[in-house]
Design a protein around this ligand. Structure first.
Ligand code: PEP
Ligand code: MG
Length: 315
């Protein structure tokens, strides 16, 4: 008889000194839920909902959406699930969303801006999520992409609460939101830093363009400085600051991000084990020292090198 391999118990993410750093999964549909749990995801830090809307000639109904959210929330019963509302724009045109041709889609009517101009879609999505939330027992948080102002933050948080979702926050993906993170966080329950877009907008380098790929590094001290700004604001206000961009999947950069004030990290499930092992090597003071070394560097390569050197002396 074939022996069944028992699932190895996976310990929660934590630093060497016991500081918890919840390790969460980025998911693009409920299909990946079982695999993420098997790999030790403590919840979902970014549920991208675009899959519900792409390739459709009409917005999905509230019932259709509710079914998908319920499937996800059921799989993560008792755990935190951060759902991001639709992040669409002229780069992914949807016939039912206002987005005319734009020369610079990354700078156009995308994310929260597009949703505001087609508010019924946002209302329906939040209504479906609130219904799924009420019917399941995951801990549901909702967040909006591409926030640039406090006014947008207030708009989104108020609407989420009006429609019955208790915990509402924002993604920090623009330098603007990072630079005024204290005010943005004062108006919301949490922030989650999208390092893919934050890097793109900080370095003014299209994330899809190979010719400027050398500028697309979240290790760049300019990006790290903005992340530090958000981490400090979260610390001062006692509000969670997660990271959900690709940067969180880099084991050494993950340590830097925690040193800059990140309170949880979300990534592709396949990256969880290496990040968990890396965090377990350093205490919070170590992580802060490693982050300081990276912040003080000249460029991305130097920051990575400085972090590795600092890590070798403290770890
Ligand atoms: C990000 O920008 O870092 C992010 C997590 O969102 P997306 O990659 O979906 O734009
Ligand atoms: Mg983004």
């Amino acid at each position: 008889e074939r022996q069944r391999v028992a699932a190895a118990p996976v310990t929660p993410g934590a630093l060497a000194d016991g500081t918890p750093v919840p390790l969460l999964a980025n998911l693009g549909s409920a299909d990946g839920a079982a695999e993420a749990l098997r790999l030790g995801a403590e919840g979902v830090g970014l549920f991208r909902t675009e899959f519900l809307f792409l390739d459709a000639d009409r917005a999905p109904s509230i019932t259709e959406q509710q079914e998908q959210y319920t499937r996800l929330l059921t799989a993560f019963a008792g755990k935190k699930v951060v759902v991001r509302v639709l992040d669409a724009g002229a780069d992914k045109p949807l016939s039912f969303l206002n987005a005319a041709d734009e020369e610079n889609p990354a700078l156009g009517l995308r994310g929260i801006r597009a949703l505001r101009s087609s508010e019924v879609i946002l209302r329906e999505q939040l209504t479906a999520l609130a219904a799924a939330d009420a019917a399941t027992d995951a801990e549901v948080w909702v967040m909006a992409p591409m926030i640039a102002t406090v006014e947008e933050t207030r708009y989104f948080v108020a609407l989420a609460r009006e429609l019955g979702i208790a915990v509402a926050g924002v993604m920090v993906e623009t330098p603007s939101a990072a630079l005024i993170a204290d005010r943005v966080l004062a108006a919301s329950d949490f922030a989650s830093i999208g390092t893919n877009d934050l890097t793109q907008y900080t370095m003014a380098a299209d994330r899809l363009l190979g010719t400027v790929a050398n500028l697309q590094s979240p290790w760049h001290p300019a990006v790290l400085k903005l992340i530090a700004e958000v981490g400090a604001a979260g610390g001062a206000l006692g509000k969670p600051v997660g990271i959900c961009g690709e940067a969180a999947a880099d084991p050494l950069l993950a340590v830097v991000l925690v040193g800059l004030g990140a309170t949880s990290l979300s990534m592709s499930p396949s990256a969880l084990a290496d990040v968990r092992a890396s965090l377990a090597r350093y205490g919070l003071d170590d992580a802060r020292a490693i982050a300081e070394a990276a912040l003080a560097a000249e460029g991305a390569a130097e920051a990575k090198h400085a972090a590795a050197t600092a890590a070798a002396t403290v770890g």
